[in-house]
Design a protein around this ligand. Structure first.
Ligand code: ING
Length: 321
């Protein structure tokens, strides 16, 4: 059967707004001012959607463990937008630009999530996404040179992966470690996603296995390019990079086409804007042919995918970070 290939262009000009480090003592207002400057730079380049990193408003605080978690409350947002973030929402509305923004969420019932918001060009909030795959560890591990205690600070979300009608297409969201799991992309591929926005903070040192450190940039590209190609979707991955509180973090922000090709990639590890014209019709060349899921996928044969967490052979069954 011959699937329909791309029709009349449906272009959205997307920007990746990569950030350099946010230090512990940086004031929120100054960080929001940086985000506004990046948004204006992207808008000057004609961007309609600006993608910001994970936990963009603060330093990556899970690198420290505090016995009383209330001591970390100031890193969390109780509302979005708030008076602190209002200038970013105002700048976006003023420029007619939409954006996605990662931040730490503390709900009114005291639940904590690693969250990303998607805002349309007219300022309306399209959706919130809460991180599903939470890496790292839940307890203090003093032998590490720095912590990666995301499982202490954030609950994993059971809400799954949404895909929303926005920016004249089908938009999905994921956060950082989510991008390493093929299930993330397929869950959205099965909802006809055309563009996935993703923020990440990735230390260049992976403490459990240093042999992976020289491969950090390769693995970052590998997973996002594979996910894009295998689901015929654009993927926009945006870093908070550079040396943050002594921890060197991966940059490598990039905009990837449904073919898996990289349309734009940052050169440095500081505040930097990349832009690409994404014709969402391009998705059809893959979703309606090679990866026509309705025609070729075989869920009848995938017996383990949702019935098992893992192979079940892990000695103590506890996830490693
Ligand atoms: N960070 C990391 C990520 O998946 C990590 C976890 C750290 C993986 C170091 C590999 C190396 O990119 C987040 N925040 O999920």
């Amino acid at each position: 059967m011959k699937g329909e290939l791309r029709g009349a262009p449906r272009v959205v000009r997307v920007a990746g707004a990569q950030m350099g480090p946010v230090q512990r003592t940086d004031q929120r207002d100054d960080t929001v001012a940086r985000l506004c400057a990046l948004l204006h730079r992207a808008a000057d380049l004609g961007a309609e959607l600006v993608v910001f990193p994970e936990l963009a408003l603060t330093t990556f605080f899970p690198r420290w463990f505090v016995a009383d978690i209330a001591e970390a409350d100031h890193y969390f947002e109780r509302e979005m937008p708030s008076t602190t973030t209002a200038p970013l929402f105002a700048a976006a509305r003023q420029r007619g630009v939409g954006f996605s923004l990662g931040y730490a969420e503390l709900t009114s019932t005291g639940r904590r999530f690693n969250t990303q918001i998607l805002v349309e060009r007219n300022g309306t909030v399209v959706a919130h996404y809460r991180k599903v795959h939470v890496p790292g560890h839940a307890g203090h591990e003093p032998n590490r040179p720095f912590q990666h205690a995301e499982r202490y600070y954030f609950e994993p979300s059971d809400e799954g992966f949404g895909v929303w009608d926005a920016f004249n297409g089908r938009i999905g969201m994921m956060i950082c470690n989510d991008r390493r799991w093929p299930e993330t992309y397929r869950e959205m591929g099965l909802a006809k996603v055309e563009l996935i926005v993703c923020g990440y903070n990735t230390p260049l040192q992976y403490i459990p296995d240093p042999s992976q450190d020289p491969l950090a940039d390769f693995h970052n590209s590998l997973v996002m390019q594979s996910g894009a190609y295998q689901n015929g979707t654009f993927v926009v991955g945006v870093a908070k990079g550079g040396e943050e509180e002594g921890v060197d973090s991966l940059a490598g922000s990039q905009i990837i086409a449904p073919s898996g090709e990289v349309l734009a990639k940052t050169l440095g590890n500081g505040d930097e804007v990349i832009v690409a014209d994404c014709d969402l019709e391009w998705c059809k060349n893959y979703q309606n042919t090679l990866f026509d899921l309705d025609y070729y996928r075989r869920p009848e044969a995938y017996h383990r995918l949702t019935s098992q967490r893992g192979p079940g052979t892990h000695p103590d069954g506890s996830p490693r970070g």
